[in-house]
Write a protein of this length. Sequence first.
Length: 498
Amino acid sequence: SPRNVRKICCIGAGYVGGPTCAVIADKNPDIEVTVVDLNEARIRAWNTDDLPVYEPELLKYVKSARDGADGERSPNLFFSTDVDAAVRAADLIFISVNTPTKYTGTGAGHACDLGYVESATRKIAEVSESDKIVIEKSTVPCKTAETIREILAATGRPGVRFEILSNPEFLAEGTAINDLLHPDRILIGSLRSERGFQAAEVLSSVYAAWIPRDRIMTINLWSSELTKIAANALLAQRISSVNALSAICEATGADIDEVAYACGKDTRIGPRMLKASVGFGGSCFKKDILSLAYISDTLHLPEVAAYWRSVVDINEYQKDRFTRRITKCLYHSLTNKRIAILGFAYKKNTGDTRETAAISVVNSLVLEQADIRIYDPRVKEEQIWQDLKATASDITLLKRRVSVCTSAYEACTDSHAAVILTEWDEFSNKDHSTTQGNSPPTATNGTAEDGNLSSRMDWQHVAGLMKKPMFVFDGRNVVDVDKLEALGFRVECIGKSG
Ligand code: NAD
Ligand code: UGA
């Protein structure tokens, strides 16, 4: 095995820990990889075929490494709640716990809550009897490795040495396995010392099992920590920029898909992450930008903080603007009007709903006294209720006004409007379907590239189900407007005037 790494432990069996370790284990059959978590239900699920995280191809990789499913290898991927044993046995320990926004105390609503990282660190110090390489996989503020070092030094056993690395994760949900198999780069940050370089080399060799060496970058620890947050801030900033432009398009007759496509053709700008939408969601963009702004404030850089915070402000504005447009088009009154919500996940190909724009849109429509019928192909009903209840201002009203459906047709029946909030392929009626970034806005080249036409909804059928006049509010620009208009729909898209 690479550089004598025999055992890896990953603390945190979430969206990052689970898929990352499945791929590391698959590609390093000689290394025993154990993913641990305090959440027993989550670990139990990782040991079944109904994984706690939905990701295309994930089950295949888990089964191969966890069960030795192809018969050609012994199992080397384990999921366990025995944190102590796995930490004690490991040579390398990934910390892949959640780092949410603090919701009380100093920096509430902005700063990153490092409590989970700290308790994982204290656990490592408490149980380790031999030298360890401790790897920050979680997204953390710049200088967190210093905190980890101090805690380990102050509470670890005498004679046990720890080396700390930063190795941020850049996977996106919905494409996690592909991103892990073919990353643009792997970042490994270490101290610029002999032992730091050695530790970085040990971790590099684990990745080198499947990633070309020239994609594995070893850099300074603080640069590595900051790069992760900077990358998310830059990506989100592109979306907010294009969404800000979409407001200008709606007011002028320019078309945001054409503008983004044409801008993206400039190789200095590039085509990706320029898709206008109802607003970005997901567990990280908002939290990481707010954390970056908070760090800026604590460094007495208020102008820098305000710059980054505006990326989040535009995102809130975009969600709000979209909801107001629905109310306006439906003749300024939603009272008792039935509205179908198509899609609740924050993006397609995931069941994750953290920070999804759907939560704020639904809550606002409920306050307008609309009757909401939600359908998402992946999100469990229980999850939808949990998200809405956690954020609604009036739970009684919420329960009276909202129901969850098992098909798009059920949701659309007797509805005045269908509101698309997630770009699931099944909602699209375009010939040429792409989501992220840019496709030619008027492309009509033959059949669907995903070969998935049969599972698409039939909008002609929907036209027979809805109340007239029938509206489609496309928060993802996934429908072919001309085709829907030919069926009698009135269509409102992001960044296009009606
Ligand atoms: P998650 O909430 O899905 O998983 C974290 C897990 O850690 C939870 O199951 C929790 O029970 C467990 N945990 C917390 N404290 C623990 C402890 N002391 N001991 C054992 N287990 C503990 O989070 P996630 O989405 O996997 O994100 C993890 C980190 O990775 C975050 O810092 C996030 O910013 C970053 N990240 C996430 C993504 C993503 O796509 N979700 C991508 C890149 C980076
Ligand atoms: C994002 C980053 O892309 C990952 O590199 C990073 O590792 C991750 O955050 C993280 O740190 O958690 P993710 O949030 O899973 O990944 O998904 P994205 O594809 O980036 O989409 C985020 C949100 O922006 C989604 O709601 C998506 O619909 C929206 N989006 C994305 C747009 O509105 N327009 C776009 O052009 C792209």
